[in-house]
Ligand binder design. Sequence first.
Ligand code: SAH
Length: 223
Amino acid sequence: MDRLRREGLGMTSQRTRNRLIQRLRDEGISNEEVLDVMASTPRHLFLDEALAIRAYEDTALPIGYGQTISQPYIVARMTEILLSRAKSLHRVLEVGTGSGYQTAILARLVDHLYSVERIEPLLDQARRLLRELEHRNVEFKLSNGGFGWPEKGPFDAILAAAAPASIPDELKQQLAPDGVLVIPVGSERQFLTIVTRREDSDQFDVEKLEAVRFVPLLSGVVR
Ligand code: SAH
């Protein structure tokens, strides 16, 4: 990809990005690896040109099809949780590719990333962009991610960017021993939730963290 496009100018420049990183620090994100990766990931490329100037505001923005690119803070928060909780990040599943922004962040921190999305045009666009950004450790699939990706599991970690009413059993079952699932859960009110599979058992620990706001996890595929 063209260097200027990747590096950005003015409202998409490194200086503007660094201000976002400072804001994330102020909000409590402290993992330097996460902050480094976010500082060098061009979020403006995951948005329509008209919205690119807002890419380094700490806010969710529309990406079409009624969906949004996640707020940088929540991307940082969930990624930080994965890094601190998972014992290994060899095989990781992402549910809800969307723009591919969180995918690009995760791709730099894990060995093999699998990402599923139910809306085909979003998936195609994300796949194209990730290829342009030369991330070669990501596989994509068009499907209802509530069922996970059983052929590719078990996973050391699963991150979901859309909220089901309750924790999908299929996702729990695809966790490796000591595997960690980070997922927003709830219908009226959602809470960021961490599910950990106890070593070599069918037992899971569930922790409910702060209130969050994500798009709902929907079923079926849109072509
Ligand atoms: N992290 C993404 C978030 C996109 S919003 C980003 O920053 O761009 C959440 C995404 O989850 C949407 O693209 C939505 O289509 C997708 N989604 C919702 N339900 C899904 C399901 N059952 N399976 C796969 N993807 C789903």
